[in-house]
Design a protein around this ligand. Structure first.
Ligand SMILES: *Cc1c(COP(=O)(O)O)cnc(C)c1O
Length: 231
């Protein structure tokens, strides 16, 4: 097996182990392989290995990559999706929505307004997560947990948005469990007003097992699978 295939298999078995340890089902969890800083060829290799969900954090990189992948797989019938996981500038929303199936990083009012505008003519709603700010610094982007429900009400009121749940990136300054617990509590509060918005996007290469223990449903794993970023 290729080293890429080997790393993917290793992560899959660690996901399996963490899932059973948490008393959860593997089918509750979606693995998004973060392909940022790697070329389209890696996405093609991962498609061959069975991966169907890809994460990107910069529109300038993701748009041409997604187009190259689409051109290469035309006719192969792969059903795959792009997840936009990074900070999104409002003026990049239309571009990002030309390929992204899910936006994990709805993190501020101005971005929400731009997304609502850009989705007004869509037929099928856009899947989104609200990104939480887990730091004490309001300048860091993300919705503070105490403001989540007020912000969520606006997302829920947007006819062309489908709120999947909450997203968070654990701080490097402390044990990830602290932040995953905060995310899980925020998720519970959200479920109280919107039972369908029950998903949690959390967990990366260094902390996905802890995220699984705290209810993560969408793992965003990059370097542990893709290897060192190439650019
Ligand atoms: C890059 C990135 C990831 C993946 O990080 P790894 O440590 O490489 O697994 C996950 N989430 C976000 C928001 C990212 O930007």
């Amino acid at each position: 097996m290729s080293s890429l295939g080997q790393r993917l298999a290793d992560i899959e078995s660690r996901i399996d182990a963490a899932t059973s340890k948490a008393g959860r089902q593997r089918s509750e969890i979606e693995l998004i392989v973060v392909s940022k800083n790697h070329p389209a060829q890696m996405v093609l290799d991962l498609l061959e290995l069975g991966v169907r969900s890809f994460g990107e954090n910069r529109d300038q990189e993701a748009k041409p990559k997604s187009e190259e992948v689409a051109a290469q797989v035309a006719g192969k019938g792969y059903d795959y999706s792009w997840h936009f996981i990074g900070q999104l500038q409002s003026n990049k929303v239309r571009s990002a929505l030309s390929y992204a199936n899910v936006v994990h990083s709805v993190d501020r009012q101005s971005l929400l307004d731009a997304i609502i505008k850009a989705t007004s003519e869509r037929e099928t709603p856009l899947d989104v997560f609200i990104q939480l700010n887990l730091t004490d610094d309001p300048g860091r982007g993300g919705i503070e947990p105490k403001n989540l429900l007020a912000f969520a009400e606006q997302v829920l009121a947007a006819p062309k948005l489908n709120l999947l749940g909450v997203m968070g990136v654990a701080s490097l300054d402390r044990a990830p469990e602290v932040d995953f617990e905060t995310i899980q509590q925020a998720s519970q509060a959200l479920i109280g007003v919107a039972p369908q918005a029950k998903f949690i996007s959390a967990g990366m290469s260094e902390d996905f097992e802890a995220a699984i223990a705290f209810g993560a449903t969408h793992l965003r794993i990059g370097s542990a699978i893709t290897g060192k970023r190439q650019y």
